[in-house]
Design a binder for this molecule. Sequence first.
Ligand code: RIB
Length: 310
Amino acid sequence: MKRILVVSSANMDMVMNVDFVPVGGQTVIDKGSYSYVPGGKGANSAVAFSRLGAKCVFLTKLGKDANGDALLSLYEKEGMDVSYIKRDPTVASGLAAILVENTGQNRIIVFPGANSKIELDTVSEAIKSKPDALYMQFEINYDAIIHAANEASKAGIPIFIDAGPANKDFPLDKLPEVTVFSPNESETEAFTGIAPTSEEKCKEAALKLLDLVKAKYIVIKLGGRGAYIFDGVNGVIKAPYDMPVIDTTAAGDAFTAALTLEYLRSGDMMSACDFANAAGSITVSRHGASSSIPNEAEVTEFLNLRRENK
Ligand code: RIB
């Protein structure tokens, strides 16, 4: 079983399902619903790793508050190694306000709280435990990301980066070589100034990304259009599976985790992308963040059914 170290964020998501998003100064009484769902880009990917068959070692920081308690107990229930999760009594756990419209499209505002307080010593300790891979996003303090990447590189541990959320100011030049660098459409545009609207534009953007970050593969997540895989020479768009879109929250987090795990297991990026597309497609067909992420049996059954019906 692959042991994946996720150094990333944890949030409680306050999710509102709404008819439409009000404009400035407008108050709307909505007949939709709201709920609190465990989320955070890192935690969503950590849940995906656990459900898809990896041993996930989750390193994050939580406040010493009720949201922190609820999040920690979920990670324990999912079977994660939580020994590198620290709690800080002086700061609140991360919180995300998410508005989901009828189309499934979401708008997210994150209050990082404890996520911006990850300590470098804790990161060094976790890297010393020699995981099979290091997986990160950009939702925590940048010094922890850069430190983790450089320590992992020195230890010969492969690095996988999901480049969300978009921030063109992240110092990509401080990262060592990574195996996969995976932004979504808006993150790609933020880093390169190129919107990946066609296969040609994807290639242009991927080449520009390779000027900014050393990576074996650039994987651009294209939402409903699938994903563009570029190995430095050749690129291909892998189409997603057709599923009703209920809520896109966490689909990208599940996709990149699934891609990472399946690539580590098979060494084949194309089949890893199929597996990841299936995990992402199932995730968009369900409500919420971590609550929508499938397990390995569901993804395998989904893929088998699609192959049989071809
Ligand atoms: O990618 C979705 C996640 O982004 C949400 O769960 C929210 O917490 C934000 O981190």
